[in-house]
Design a binder for this molecule. Structure first.
Ligand SMILES: *[C@@H]1O[C@H](CO)[C@@H](O)[C@H](O)[C@H]1NC(C)=O
Ligand SMILES: *[C@@H]1O[C@H](CO)[C@@H](O)[C@H](O)[C@H]1NC(C)=O
Ligand SMILES: [Zn+2]
Length: 286
C-alpha cells in the first residue's frame, strides 16, 4: 500500500500542484537527501535505468530514427499559465494544447510543465545531466505525457515510455550582458512572487517556450531511456537532452539561488536542487 501511495503521490506532484507530506525527500539534509532516496523508494530510486547520467558524445550511437520534433504551441505567448515554488524547484505550468511529436517518439505527448535545476549561482553549477563530465549552471526540463492516456497517471507511469522529458542546459553568456535575454528577464521577474513553498503566481501572456529556448538548435539532441530524477524515480521517461545550451546572463542565473526559499522565510534558499550522476545508459544521437 505504501508503494502505491508514494507512487500516486509523486506522480500527482509531477502533474498537478498538490503536495505530499508523507513523501519526505529533499536535497539539503542527510536525513532526506539523495543518499537515502533509494531507501525511501527502493522500488525505483535503486533501479537500473536511473537519471541523470553523464553523456559521453564519443560513445553516442547515431540513430536515423531520431527525426526532428514538431513543437505545437511552443510559439504561444499565453501557454505559460502559472509559476509555483514546490519547495524543491520552480515549476511553470502550461495551459492545454502544448504538445510535442516526432523526435523518434512513438506518438504525440502532451506537454504539462517545465521546471528547473540549479546549483549555487554560476560559481557552483547545478545541471543534472553532464557532458563529458561538464556540469552546466542550470538545466530546464519540459515534462510531457503520452497523449493516448489522456492524463491517466497510473497508466502513464506504468509505461516505460509514458513520459517524455526534454532537457536543456543553461549556460552563462560569454560577455558581461545584464538581464539578457528579455524572455528570461520576464520569467525571473516572477520569482519575487513565489518566495516560499507552495506560493504560486499567475503569469501574464507575454513569453512563449520558443522565446525561452531561443538560440538552441532543436534538431540536435541525445536520446536515452531513464527515469524521473526525483522520487519516486519512476523508470518511465524517454529522455531528450539537447546539445546546445540556452544562454542566459549571470545575474539572472544567480537570481534562482538567491530569491526562492525551500520553505518559509526562516528556511534556506533553494540551492543545489539536482541529483548526482547515475550509472551510464546507452545513448543515441541524431
Ligand atoms: C552559496 O553561495 C553563497 C554566496 O556565494 C554562499 O554565501 C553560501 O555559503 C553558499 N551556500 C552553500 C551551501 O554552499
Ligand atoms: C486509469 O487507468 C487504470 C488502468 O487502466 C484504470 O483502472 C483507472 O480507473 C484509470 N483512472 C482514471 C482516473 O480514469
Ligand atoms: Zn527535472
Amino acid at each position: 500500500m505504501k508503494f502505491l501511495l508514494t507512487t500516486v503521490c509523486v506522480a500527482w506532484i509531477l502533474i498537478s500542484s498538490a503536495q505530499c507530506a508523507s513523501n519526505a525527500w529533499c536535497y539539503h539534509l542527510p536525513a532526506c537527501n539523495e543518499a537515502v532516496w533509494s531507501a525511501i523508494v527502493p522500488q525505483y530510486c535503486d533501479g537500473t535505468r536511473q537519471s541523470p547520467i553523464d553523456i559521453v558524445p564519443s560513445d553516442a550511437k547515431p540513430d536515423p530514427e531520431l527525426t526532428q520534433f514538431t513543437f505545437h504551441n511552443f510559439d504561444s505567448k499565453s501557454a505559460l499559465e502559472s509559476m509555483e515554488n514546490t519547495g524543491q524547484t520552480v515549476k511553470v505550468r502550461f495551459g492545454s494544447g502544448v504538445e510535442i511529436s516526432g523526435g523518434g517518439l512513438s506518438e504525440p505527448y502532451d506537454s504539462l510543465q517545465f521546471h528547473l535545476h540549479w546549483g549555487n549561482g554560476t560559481s557552483h553549477p547545478g545541471s543534472e545531466h553532464t557532458v563529458d563530465g561538464k556540469r552546466y549552471p542550470m538545466e530546464l526540463h519540459i515534462v510531457s505525457s503520452k497523449s493516448s492516456y489522456n492524463g491517466n497517471i497510473t497508466q502513464t507511469i506504468a509505461d516505460p515510455t509514458g513520459l517524455s522529458a526534454l532537457g536543456f542546459f543553461i549556460e552563462e553568456m560569454s560577455n558581461d550582458e545584464i538581464a539578457e535575454p528579455e524572455s528570461w528577464k520576464m520569467l525571473t521577474s516572477y520569482l519575487g512572487s513565489i518566495l516560499y513553498k507552495d506560493d504560486s503566481v499567475l503569469m501574464e501572456p507575454g513569453i512563449s517556450l520558443d522565446d525561452l529556448l531561443d538560440g538552441v538548435d532543436r534538431t540536435k539532441y541525445y536520446r536515452y531511456l531513464g527515469s524521473l530524477t526525483t522520487p519516486d524515480c519512476n523508470e518511465a521517461v524517454v529522455w531528450t537532452v539537447f546539445k546546445e545550451p540556452i544562454k542566459v546572463s549571470k545575474d539572472l542565473i544567480d537570481l534562482f539561488s538567491t530569491t526562492v526559499h525551500i520553505s518559509d522565510s526562516s528556511s534556506p534558499f533553494m540551492i543545489n536542487n539536482y541529483r548526482n550522476i547515475q550509472p551510464m545508459q546507452p545513448v543515441m544521437t541524431n
